[in-house]
Design a protein around this ligand. Structure first.
Ligand code: BES
Ligand code: MN
Ligand code: ZN
Length: 496
């Protein structure tokens, strides 16, 4: 997808399709809509006064231009002026791409005029993100439909009045962030027999080489030498070897404490000996979504030249039942030195994260954020519209909440009071890996907290939000790439 900002008036830009937002209650064409009205001999004004286009969020109307300028003008309702956010812009661009796909149009233009008080850079970034996210699809394992060939939207021009530097910078940043999020979606979409731990590691290595990140991959021999027996325990029932992926962006001063991103990279979660029921088990290929988002975020951080030291850490295992698998009752020795009694082998994410977080904590980070498809409980608690957020530092939690609002990947904080921690007490080991059915997302977070040492840390439970049915205009059924852009925004916010 080619995204560019073009410093020109929308009504004179040569394009097959120009998408324009219309705020709810707009009664007459003013500003950029006024210019388009003149260029179309009054068609825009008639669309508004007839009541055919009222600007409500579901309203959509196509007008046809002449032989020059935009051939089609797609008016898209964006709701009330006060509610226009970057997420509204992302969806606007996504709707434009979907309309173009239906019409077989490969190159479109999105106008940023008439979007209220949003900043130039922010709105250009959101439009680029929405368009590039919408255009992505996962096609590599499926033959094209001969009967109904699909259209891939391959170029998006962004136009609109404002500071050309800010609009251009935002467009480029949005394109880079969406590219990274789409990379995460590709990794998510690959099935367990393709995206194994070694495959994910190889992809991270290839990406690192192309954008200039340092990369280190731990194989099982190295994991054992380091003492990462929790990661190894989860993988011991599988023929696929575990990996730990470490990506480093050296954008800050030498010696500056790093920001650390950790992502659960469970390539397939059958539950192990505590086997999951068959219905929906295929979705457990998405159990590496947190890892994919961290790898994606590190790509964008490198491409944007972020001036901070950032380390991405992804532990990757496959969780299967077999004669060599870890068993309920087994006690494992973690990197942090604490012993863990495995009560349920399906609570494996927290085991691989325990070693990864302990490894990160040793780097004395300025702050550490992990993301993981950790618990079914978070889907019960928050549904599919919020990430479950936990943390041991109120300022860091606020930063992550803010990044979630800015990026449309919203989070909601859940408590981590000491009463919950008691549910993890074990008779045999320092702690056990489950805390029962009640408050399962919270006890999972309390488990992780045991391994972060002194680090300021936040945890995102993305089990309900990392993939879905595609009921957002710029997404499709499958991997959502979440929380790639939240992580990038959080890191960037620390350098502003
Ligand atoms: N990967 C799952 C969590 C999950 C569930 C992700 C649904 C996406 C959708 C995790 O490893 C798991 O199995 N969690 C268990 C923990 C339980 C055994 C304490 C859960 O939440 O049921
Ligand atoms: Mn599990
Ligand atoms: Zn899992």
């Amino acid at each position: 997808m080619q995204v560019r900002y073009v410093d020109t008036a929308p009504q004179s830009h040569e394009t097959e399709l120009l998408a324009c937002g219309v705020i709810q209650g707009t009664e007459s064409p003013e500003g950029a809509l006024g210019d388009l009205d003149k260029a179309t001999g009054g068609a825009v004004g008639r669309a508004l006064t007839s009541g055919d286009m009222r600007g409500r969020k579901a309203d959509q109307l196509m007008l046809y231009g002449g032989d020059s300028g935009p051939r089609r003008i797609l008016l898209l309702g964006i709701g009330k002026a006060d509610d226009v956010s970057t997420e509204v812009v992302r969806r606007l661009a996504g709707r434009a791409v979907r309309a173009a796909e239906k019409l077989g149009i490969e190159g479109i233009t999105v106008s940023l005029d008439g979007l209220g008080a949003l900043g130039d850079e922010a709105k250009a970034q959101a439009a680029a993100e929405g368009a590039a996210l919408a255009a992505w699809r996962f096609q590599e394992l499926k033959a094209p439909d001969e009967e109904e060939p699909t259209t891939d939207v391959s170029s998006v021009d962004i136009v609109g009045a404002g500071d050309p530097d800010a609009l251009s910078t935002g467009s480029m940043a949005g394109a880079a962030i969406a590219r990274a999020e789409n990379f995460a979606r590709t990794l998510q979409s690959r099935p367990g027999n393709v995206a194994t731990p070694s495959h994910i590691a190889a992809e991270a290595e290839r990406m690192a080489g192309s954008v200039g990140l340092d990369v280190t991959i731990f194989d099982e021999k190295r994991l054992a030498a380091e003492g990462m027996h929790a990661i190894l325990a989860v993988s011991q029932g599988s023929e696929e070897e575990a990996r730990l992926i470490v990506l480093e962006n050296h954008g800050g001063k030498k010696g500056d404490a790093p920001l650390i991103l950790v992502g659960k990279g469970l390539s397939f979660d059958a539950g192990g000996i505590s086997l999951k029921p068959p219905a929906g088990m295929e979705d457990m290929k998405y159990d590496m979504s947190g890892g994919a988002a961290v790898i994606g975020a590190m790509q964008a951080i490198a491409e944007l030249g972020v001036k901070a030291n950032v380390v991405g850490i992804v532990p990757s295992s496959e969780n299967l039942p077999s004669g060599t698998a870890v068993k309920p009752g087994d006690v494992i020795q973690t990197l942090a030195g604490k012993t863990v009694e495995v009560i349920n082998t399906d609570a494996e994410g927290r085991l691989i994260l325990a070693d990864a977080l302990a490894y990160g904590a040793r780097m004395n980070p300025a702050a550490m954020v992990d993301c993981a498809t950790l618990t079914g409980g978070v889907v019960v608690a928050l549904g599919r519209h919020a990430v479950g957020l936990f943390g041991n530092d109120p300022d860091l939690v606020d930063e992550v909440l803010e990044a979630g609002e800015t990026t449309g990947q919203r989070c909601w904080e859940l408590p981590m009071w000491s009463e919950y921690r008691k549910q993890l007490d074990s008779t045999t080991a320092d702690l056990q890996n489950i805390g029962g059915r009640e408050g399962s997302s919270i006890t999972a977070a309390c488990f992780l907290a045991e391994f972060v040492g002194e680090a300021k840390w936040a945890h995102l439970d993305i089990a309900g939000t990392a993939y879905g049915d595609g009921d957002v205009p710029y997404l499709r059924k499958g991997g959502y790439g979440l929380p790639t852009r939240l992580l990038v925004e959080w890191v960037r916010s620390r350098t502003r």
